[in-house]
Design a protein around this ligand. Structure first.
Ligand code: SUD
Ligand code: ADP
Length: 325
């Protein structure tokens, strides 16, 4: 991990490591899905310190070209994935009764279902069944990333759960195919390094771009959740051409996010976020990530990133981080 991550717009972060603007009462304040409502969450204190841990690194799509709508309803994309150094936190201990359980806290934990539909639980069940594991796991998720925001929070959580449970259950087998059954983004999140993704995003090649690793990165979200499917459905089906991104300059000049027009049609506030980011001194690239609404900016200089974060309106969520090398 590089520089200490900071988060603004969230009232408090459980689990330590970032700026806290909580009440100091000992119980974390939570933000609801895509909004700024608050509610009490369970503190993490009950979870054993000997638990295994994983970071679910926030995903960004440095560029996302949509090429074709397929007969199965998915779209063929070409996307350059990168990851922030920071994200959600997961912890796990074994359960001798063979059961799986999930508890959730953190600034975006309120309202997030911890039942069978949670992507962490889906990933855990899929792994357990695929390898006939008889022991169980108690999993804890510290939810720091906004939900349904184009930075793969759920996919990153699922991938982190796979990495963590593979360690907990001593599984040493490839998990890419299993990850792809959980979501198109989950294989990329499993690797959490800079990758070129094709197909529906699950066909991956490691991608080295000079100067990208360690670059100061700012994520900004206007506090509005946006589901992926309606954004793809709003794509105008015009193929605007392949993604060629072998250098940072090419990525900046030639890369696009083809999901920006349908996303901004659904959530106009994304336009204001992108405009504000692009206007900040020192920005090398400002673009929307995934299906939105989160936008990101890359900087050469961390002081300029921090000044940009400070210039964002207080009701927008921000995360100051770096690109994971
Ligand atoms: C758009 C991207 C870009 O990285 O990220 P997010 O904005 O979700 O973070 C991904 O393609 C999202 O991947 P993921 O979130 O795993 O999506 P999935 O669960 O597989 O699919 C959710 C829905 O999105 C649409 N979908 C997804 C991927 C794809 N290549 N084509 C699609 O049309 C489909 O309507 C599908 O039913
Ligand atoms: N652990 C999880 N974290 C976030 N979202 C989750 C999780 N499990 C299930 N979901 C659901 O997955 C959907 C996509 O969430 P998320 O992955 O955060 O967004 P995106 O795909 O836009 O990056 C949301 O509707 C959310 O309810």
């Amino acid at each position: 991990m590089g520089g200490r991550p900071s988060v603004r717009g969230a009232l408090c972060l459980g689990g330590g490591g970032a700026v806290c603007r909580g009440t100091g009462s000992g119980s974390d304040q939570c933000q609801g899905k895509g909004g700024l409502s608050t509610g009490a969450c369970r503190p993490l204190t009950a979870f054993p310190s000997a638990a295994l841990s994983e970071v679910a690194y926030a995903k960004i799509n440095l560029a996302l070209h949509v090429r074709r709508r397929r007969d199965d309803g998915y779209h063929d994309i070409e996307s350059l994935f990168a990851f922030a150094e920071d994200g959600d936190r997961l912890h796990a201990v074994t359960r001798d009764d063979g059961q799986l359980s999930l508890t959730i806290d953190g600034p975006f934990g309120a309202g997030l279902d911890s039942g069978a539909d949670n992507l962490v639980v889906r990933a855990a069940h899929a792994l357990k069944n695929a390898f006939n594991i008889t022991v169980g796991a108690a999993i804890h998720l510290n939810k720091r990333l906004p939900v349904a925001s184009g930075i793969g929070g759920g996919s990153a959580d699922a991938a982190a759960a796979l990495r963590m449970l593979a360690r907990l259950w001593a599984i040493d087998r490839p998990m890419h195919a299993l990850a792809a059954t959980i979501g198109s983004d989950v294989p990329a999140c499993l690797v959490s390094r800079t990758l070129m993704g094709t197909g529906r995003g699950e066909a991956l090649d490691l991608c080295a771009i000079d100067g990208l690793g360690g670059m100061p990165l700012l994520l900004v979200n206007p506090g509005i959740g946006l589901s992926t499917a309606p954004v793809f459905a709003g794509w105008d089906r015009v193929d605007r051409g392949p993604l060629v991104a072998d250098t940072l300059d090419a990525l900046i000049a030639e890369g696009r996010n083809d999901l920006y027009p349908p996303a901004v049609a659904l959530v106009p506030q994304i336009g204001a976020v992108l405009e504000s980011l692009a206007a900040q001194p020192g920005v090398r690239l400002a673009r929307m990530s995934g299906s939105g609404a989160t936008c990101f900016a890359l900087f050469d200089d961390s002081a300029q990133r921090d000044a940009a974060a400070a210039a964002m309106p207080a009701h927008w969520w921000t995360l100051s981080s770096r690109v994971r090398a």
